[in-house]
Design a protein around this ligand. Sequence first.
Ligand code: NAD
Length: 493
Amino acid sequence: MHQTISQLDVLPSSVTTPSYDRSALKTRIVHLGFGAFHRAHQAVYADLLATEHHSDWGYCEVNLIGGEQQVADLKQQDLLYSVAEMSPDNWDCRVVGVVREALHAEVDGLDAVLDAMTRKDIAIVSITITEKGYCHHPASGVLNLDHPMIQHDLQNPLIPKSAPGTIVAALRIRRNQGLPGFTVMSCDNMPENGHVTRNVILELARLQEPALAEWIESSVTFPSTMVDRIVPAVTPETLEKIQHQLGGIADPAGVACEPFRQWVIEDNFVNGRPEWEKVGAELVDNVLPYEEMKLRMLNGSHSFLAYLGYLGGYQHISDCMQDKSYALAARYMMLDEQAPTLSTKDVDLAAYADSLLNRYRNTALKHRTWQIAMDGTQKLPQRMLDSVRWHLSKNSQFSYLALGIAAWMRYVGGVDEQGQPIEISDPLLPLIQEKVKGSAEGHARVTALLSLDAVFGSDLPSNSRFVSAVTQAYDSLLTNGARKSVQALVKTY
Ligand SMILES: NC(=O)c1ccc[n+]([C@@H]2O[C@H](COP(=O)([O-])OP(=O)(O)OC[C@H]3O[C@@H](n4cnc5c(N)ncnc54)[C@H](O)[C@@H]3O)[C@@H](O)[C@H]2O)c1
């Protein structure tokens, strides 16, 4: 029989393994979205709490759509997996032991998932299902009633497919059985992620059964959170390095991340919560200023680097950082165009920007520009367009944001600067392709993409300052290419 990570005693002593009694943990959180990020973020906080503070909060991990293999791998190795924190000169590996159960809706069945979510002890359902998992219009935050999964769930509320539909179905069962509600905690990168989650769940419930929506309003809370840790998609190369750390034992569920982690949580839980503050999380009354800071400074500059980096031939964020113009552009964008829009107080934003740039320089993190470029239609509104609206209202400059948006347009055109096809991944891809095919390259392309109202709303396409800034940046990308466009912009400062 081949060895797995579950044989903890054969792992090298450099690997941190659970020192607590795993059988004493209770499944009190069901997590939807057992992806790379959750494994390296929320689960690590729970692992630290169990290790250092005898916490008994354990997880039931669920994937609803995709990620069958991750759940299968986890089950194969006694629900253990490893997290490697990587710096250029050091890899720190820990085995996380807080997972008590793992399910996949399409493999184990929806009933098994709903059973888990409707147990009395479940206090929290947390989610990392990517922005598109909320089935909402990213520009407005409203539930997308034309979404095929939402249409399905409206007609079949007892056998839902979407994440919001699954949560509503679980809450209906809890209400019918006289059980208390639970807290629904989004850990996805969206502004006011708690409000978005609340909106989509209440709207779906209201359309299904108004009385259920009322019960949810009074029995469920939706705290917002700001989450931060760079966790690149796992590649065969990462798994090989983790295997080396584990003394030759393969861990297909392993994940690698940067050493930095941050979690700011709105302290609004209806049924109890772990004492996350004991392991570095910040529990606050209002997360919004932190979320906006992180979304605009970190995620906004990441998206800028992703589109301009990909077009400029840089595969990873750390490769972009080797190019002085890109590093300077990211800094100028953060400090001159994102920072002024923020309401954070008592944060040194220049120091924050510099710490982000240092994190981006980590060459051990193979964070692909292509990965960050994914799902642009779901990301641009909160990462760039909200700031653009702020600048339009103040009549101030937003040249870097305009170049970032134009680079997204050039990217979704589907052909790179060498004439090679770009593999675009986006839930609105059919719509994007329709716009691209129906327009000539150049100004007509910009106009066509601006008509995506789920992304740009109706205000931006009719604002002449915005249209002209993006069109000018797009012209520069077509004429000079990404690298020279970034260089030229940096020089004008
Ligand atoms: N990776 C990071 O560095 C990072 C950092 C901060 C926040 N986040 C947040 O976490 C999210 C997930 O990132 P990841 O790195 O884990 O990605 P991932 O691709 O590894 O995992 C995605 C997870 O989402 C689930 N999912 C995808 N589409 C879904 C849908 N339509 N309905 C329900 N579930 C769906 C999948 O089953 C999987 O579990 C991001 O979109 C972001 O909002 C990620």
